[in-house]
Ligand binder design. Structure first.
Ligand code: MLT
Length: 262
């Protein structure tokens, strides 16, 4: 379904009934990366997914897409659906958006799930890498940055033994346009450090991380999770960065357990 939020068209799905749970996707994906989660969760809660601005079937306005801007799009979708408070589930870039949402609208968050994401901002080299990747995508297309991305998005095991998973990730990424990906990279480069913010959260929180996540490794996730009040850590074995795609059953179980405690 489409709705107009902040002057652009946003594509979203809204399924199931009960406590609202909003799933926010990673880079360079779109809302279809959550298909397994929607199937598993719709019988127990109200699941909402959306294509962030610049991704999937949502509009691609000029960037950069600051995390706060994408958070305000999420808030717009909530308002349109008459939802005052929701559980936010963000994976990687979706986690950055969820942290920004919490910074700006803490009273609208009933639970926070941060999966395969990082509390810290980028260092100068990380920012440079993003700017280079943004320009490359604009010059040479999405395909040109994909091989390198897949290497860090998935575990080595998946890369060498699960062509279906590799293909699915590539196909989702290829549905995006270079302009949207570049604008999101530039927005992520500017995101603030959220480490202190996370020590002050007052809603229940769950941190999920793939045991083989090389982009946001478990040791790093544990360091900031331990400083988050009222939080738990779930390590997903046999998964890299896109833990919801590599091990949907384990990921869904962790999510369902958390939701059942709210
Ligand atoms: C993601 O999976 O959303 C991105 O890899 C996050 C990032 O580039 O920091």
């Amino acid at each position: 379904m489409k709705t107009s939020i902040n002057g652009i068209s946003i594509n979203y799905r809204d399924q199931g009934r009960g406590i609202p749970v909003i799933l926010i996707h990673a880079f360079p994906m779109n809302q279809t990366m959550w298909d397994d989660q929607v199937l598993a969760l719709a019988p127990i809660c109200r699941v909402i997914t959306m294509d962030l601005r610049g991704f999937g079937a949502s509009d691609i306005p000029l960037g950069p897409y600051w995390m706060a801007l994408m958070a305000s799009d999420v808030r717009g979708v909530m308002a349109r659906l008459g939802i005052e408070r929701a559980v936010l589930v963000g994976l990687s870039m979706g986690g950055y958006v969820a942290m920004s949402f919490y910074r700006n609208f803490p009273d609208s968050v009933s639970g926070l799930v941060l999966a395969d994401t990082r509390a810290a901002g980028d260092n100068p080299e990380g920012r440079e890498r993003r700017f280079a990747s943004a320009s490359k995508a604009e010059r040479e297309g999405v395909e040109s940055i994909l091989d390198e991305m897949v290497q860090v998005l998935l575990s080595q095991t998946a890369i060498s033994t699960r062509p279906d998973v590799v293909n699915r990730v590539r196909q989702i990424a290829l549905q995006n346009h270079p302009e949207g990906l570049a604008a999101a990279q530039r927005g992520m480069a500017a995101r603030p450090d959220s480490t202190d913010l996370l020590t002050r959260t007052d809603c229940p929180a769950l941190v999920i991380v793939g045991a083989d996540d090389r982009l946001s490794p478990p040791e790093e996730a544990r360091r900031w999770q331990e400083r988050m009040p009222n939080s738990r850590l779930a390590i997903i074995h046999g998964a890299g960065h896109l833990s919801n795609i590599e091990q949907p059953d384990l990921f869904n179980q962790a999510l369902a357990n958390f939701i059942s405690t709210l």
